[in-house]
Design a protein around this ligand. Structure first.
Ligand code: NDP
Length: 337
């Protein structure tokens, strides 16, 4: 593995660095604060591949004119449990921030409510979309489609995005359970990070130019053809996310990425759906005990852990010790300020 020179930053330094890079790219005060917060949370909790390393991708999307640096999202309630958003060609997190209080109120009122959003970009981990709902006592499921890179089982060209999903639920007396995962075997940013750090992936995660599965990140970045997780099962989940994300929200299908290429951008405007469920309205007063019981069966069971709890360990360490960042990335970011 290549030796990397590093520097430790506090979380406040991360936030300020991210904010100043975004402001220099022309992003307005609200947008830069929201995105800097997402970048800081990624550095704090993971996945760090979606933290500071993602800033040049955000910047390119703004400076190329692909994303709107002064987006003013609109949110409209179109049915008792349906909140529909238009991201004004900005980032999803701005629209989600506008929708959140109303979505929570609708879920409490109806038992279940959804927020769909189109005309928006998403470059972050989905855990930050679902966690606030679980903190408000709700069960949450979030999906977003992205740009076509995942090959369906047996296929020869990508159809699906790396289409991530996230699930969160309250856990009485503790932080919520929150997990998120891509539909690809490995998230694209982790492949880029392995390529930048000069090492192979832990397992074959995409196709090499000869069509064979490989763990070499450079070969995968050349074909841009990733394997789904769990073979046909992961491909089926990616299909579900394409429907719930793009089709339901009216966002761009992962295969329709021509606009992105015009701008030289690395992301596309997909679509997203966030479903919020109030367990208190579902008629089982023992909901919290069920969640506790499931977690208890996992904890202390060999080396198993509750999915997503790694973020809590990362959070504690980052809050105490800050985060270690490569000086090469820092110098790239300082050039963008
Ligand atoms: P991982 O495979 O790294 O992790 C998936 C989930 O499993 C995480 O919640 C992780 O949380 C948890 N986990 C990992 N190891 C274990 C374990 N041994 N036991 C129990 N739980 C475990 O994620 P992916 O590579 O699939 O995705 C990376 C990120 O990229 C995600 O955050 C996703 O939202 C994001 N993404 C965003 C996209 C976008 O378009 N915006 C596109 C694709 C991905 P933890 O380790 O904290 O416990």
């Amino acid at each position: 593995m290549t030796e990397i020179s590093t520097k430790t930053l506090s979380l406040e330094e991360v936030r300020e660095l991210a904010r100043s890079v975004l402001v220099a790219a022309g992003v307005d005060a609200r947008g830069s604060a929201v995105l800097a917060d997402i970048v800081t949370r990624s550095e704090r909790d993971g996945p760090r591949s979606h933290g500071l390393r993602m800033l040049p991708v955000y910047v390119q999307s703004f400076t190329s004119g692909y994303a709107n640096p002064a987006a003013s999202p609109k949110v409209e309630r179109i049915a008792p449990g349906v909140l529909r958003g238009d991201g004004d060609n900005g980032y999803y997190q701005l629209a989600a921030g506008v929708a959140r209080d109303e979505l929570i109120a609708m879920a409490h009122e109806n038992g279940i409510a959804s927020f769909t959003c189109a005309n928006c970009h998403h470059l972050a981990a989905l855990r930050f979309d679902t966690e606030p709902l679980a903190e408000a006592g709700l069960v949450a499921l979030g999906v977003v489609n992205s740009l076509s890179m995942v090959v369906p089982q047996g296929g020869v060209r990508p159809v699906f995005g790396t289409n991530p999903m996230s699930f969160a639920c309250p856990r009485e007396g503790a932080e919520p359970v929150v997990w998120d995962q891509a539909s690809s075997m490995v998230a694209l940013m982790d492949i880029r990070m392995a390529a930048a750090e000069g090492h192979d992936l832990p397992r074959p995660a995409g196709l090499a130019p000869d069509g064979q599965p490989t763990a070499d990140p450079d070969a995968i970045l050349e074909t841009r053809s990733l394997l789904p997780f769990g073979e046909h099962k992961g491909a089926a989940i990616a299909f579900l996310i394409e429907v719930l994300g793009a089709a339901l929200a009216g966002g761009t299908l992962s295969v329709d990425n021509a606009k992105r290429v015009e701008h030289g951008a690395l992301n596309i405007k997909g679509g997203s759906t966030l479903i919020a469920i109030d367990p208190a309205r579902f008629g089982n007063p023992g909901f919290d005990d069920y969640v506790k019981r499931i977690c208890a069966e996992i904890e202390g069971n060999g080396t198993a852990r509750v999915p997503g709890d790694g973020r809590l360990r990362n959070r504690a360490t980052a809050q105490q010790q800050g985060v270690v960042v490569s000086t090469e990335l820092l110098s790239q970011l300082h050039d963008l300020q």
